[in-house]
Ligand binder design. Structure first.
Ligand SMILES: Cc1cc2nc3c(=O)[nH]c(=O)nc-3n(C[C@H](O)[C@H](O)[C@H](O)COP(=O)(O)OP(=O)(O)OC[C@H]3O[C@@H](n4cnc5c(N)ncnc54)[C@H](O)[C@@H]3O)c2cc1C
Ligand SMILES: NC(=O)C1=CN([C@@H]2O[C@H](COP(=O)(O)OP(=O)(O)OC[C@H]3O[C@@H](n4cnc5c(N)ncnc54)[C@H](O)[C@@H]3O)[C@@H](O)[C@H]2O)C=CC1
Length: 444
């Protein structure tokens, strides 16, 4: 039996704690989280703020009580302030200012990520906010209910920005969406697909401003406007969504870190450079099967799996992570996009002789009434023919198809192998010559 201390109990920490408590009850588990809530699904923020769901109540799936019912010791609203890795002791402070010291045999760091805060004039004005925590969602929702807030600038047209811009528009406010790049969602899809999303946003009333960088947020005490390199806009609120940084302040002086962004470097067992310390979720690296290299991909799905892997390993059951593809999806004004692995641009930047095959067709045979076009792009390595990535977009729900590509990348399947893969046909669902097979068959 050993004593495990877990720092951070959101998606990664919750998965780790439950796996440990359910499978290895002989271990002692002490959990710390500085927040007053755990397991908040951030994906629900835009749904709730945009009133696609009426209440945030269903956005939590675990609690302090659940851990305590399984005999864990839980400190919430308690921040870990220092770790003595040599003495194997952590120091924490609760909200009353009381200091708590706990020793550990094994330590799990699940401290997640923090939204990137650009150094902009006006960044501290009232009305500027990020959307990471449940508290942020509550604050954003309150502002959306204020009739004096008429226009909102969302900075960053990545996943959070696009979803929040839709939510702002759905609440009847004027939504501006700014990005420094020449298209939305540039980290996940190639321009051939993102230009469709740009058009969907604009058609539905979001004011999309690409190739524009913010110079300042304006106002005396409250936000009254935003200035970019191209103009001034009158806005009453600014949402910042320009990406996450790993939150590794506690351990980055002791543990090996990833050069690109200071995430904790972990192996396939989630073990750090200190054998008694594991790191999981957004504070840690992942192994990218597409790159066949270490990478950083902040997603709840990765966080949960890494928590499960760490729990088994620290309890003595050796299991290795499968690595990840960074599979992801988004649905905006009914337009659905899913992707996995590398875009063509990312694959080229990584040094592959990357090639792409694309196809567009109706989801079902033309004689079926309910029918929409689907676009697919499959990225592969011209040298080895290995599939490196896939992207699909449609008003159809095409989401499940991306899982096959995720597995294909993990299993190093070639584009040529995909040509003869057994894909079923039924008019209600798809076509006999479906777009997946056709994209593979037409690959050069
Ligand atoms: C608006 C939004 C929408 C999202 N949508 C999706 C989605 O649809 N799909 C998807 O896969 N991902 C999505 N994500 C990303 C996903 O939420 C993150 O990848 C995920 O939260 C990572 O989980 P984590 O547990 O590693 O880290 P975090 O969620 O960052 O949690 C870290 C925890 O550690 C605690 N902590 C940090 N430092 C300390 C300390 N010193 N002492 C004590 N406690 C500490 C924090 O309080 C927190 O509870 C979304 C994120 C946001 C913000
Ligand atoms: N559907 C999903 O799976 C979701 C996943 N998430 C995850 O949460 C994390 C954080 O999301 P985001 O903050 O949206 O990050 P992101 O990486 O998705 O997007 C950041 C965007 O900000 C832009 N940008 C960067 N600096 C800028 C600047 N100075 N001015 C203007 N634009 C700038 C980038 O070009 C990019 O388009 C990501 O890992 C994301 O994948 C978030 C929401 C939904």
């Amino acid at each position: 039996m050993s004593k495990v201390v877990l720092v951070g109990a959101n998606h990664a920490g919750t998965a780790c704690a439950n796996t440990l408590l359910d499978n290895y009850p002989e271990h002692e588990l002490v959990i710390f989280d500085r927040n007053n809530n755990i397991s908040y699904l951030g994906c629900g923020t835009a749904l709730w703020v945009g009133r696609q769901i009426e209440s945030p109540d269903g956005l939590f799936y675990c609690s302090k009580d659940v851990f305590e019912s399984k005999n864990a010791t839980v400190y919430i609203e308690t921040e870990v302030t220092h770790i003595d890795f040599k003495a194997k002791k952590i120091t924490a402070k609760n909200k009353e200012g009381k200091e708590i010291v706990e020793s550990y045999d094994k330590l799990v760091l699940a401290t997640g990520s923090l939204p990137i805060q650009p150094k902009l004039p006006g960044i501290n004005l009232e009305g500027v906010q990020s959307v990471k925590l449940f508290q942020d969602a509550v604050a954003a929702d309150k502002r959306m209910s204020d009739p004096n807030i008429k226009s909102v600038a969302v900075v960053g047209a990545g996943y959070i920005g696009v979803e929040i811009a839709e939510a702002v528009h759905r609440r009847g406010k004027k939504a501006y969406l700014f990005d420094v790049r020449d298209t939305s969602l540039c980290g996940y899809y190639d321009a051939e697909l993102t230009h469709d999303m740009d058009a969907v946003l604009q058609k539905n009333g979001v004011n999309l401003h690409l190739n524009e960088s913010v110079v300042s947020i304006d106002g005396d005490t409250k936000v009254t406007g935003i200035t970019t390199n191209k103009g001034n806009y009158q806005v009453d609120m600014v949402v910042l969504a320009i990406g996450f940084n790993p939150n590794t302040a506690l351990g980055r002086d002791h543990l090996k870190i990833f050069g690109k962004n200071q995430a904790y470097l972990v192996d396939l067992h989630q073990q750090t450079s200190d054998p008694d310390v594991f790191a999981i979720g957004d504070c840690a690296t992942v192994f990218s099967n597409a790159l066949q290299d270490t990478a950083y991909i902040a997603l709840a799905t990765n966080a949960v799996r890494s928590g499960i892997v760490a729990a088994h390993n620290l309890a003595g059951t050796k299991i290795a992570s499968n690595g990840v593809q960074g599979s992801n999806g988004i649905s905006i004004f009914g337009y659905n996009m899913v992707s996995t692995g590398l875009t063509l641009r990312a694959a080229k930047e990584a040094g592959f002789q990357a090639m792409v095959t694309e196809f567009e067709d109706l989801q079902r045979p033309a004689f079926m009434k309910e029918n929409h076009p689907v676009k697919i792009r499959i990225v592969y390595d011209g040298d080895t023919r290995r599939i490196l990535g896939a992207q699909m977009a449609s008003y159809e729900d095409i989401s499940m198809g991306i899982h096959m590509f995720s597995l294909a990348i993990e299993q190093k399947i070639t584009i040529d192998h995909l040509k003869l893969v057994d894909i079923f046909f039924l008019p209600h669902f798809n076509q006999p010559y479906n777009y997946i097979t056709m994209a593979a068959i037409t690959a050069k």
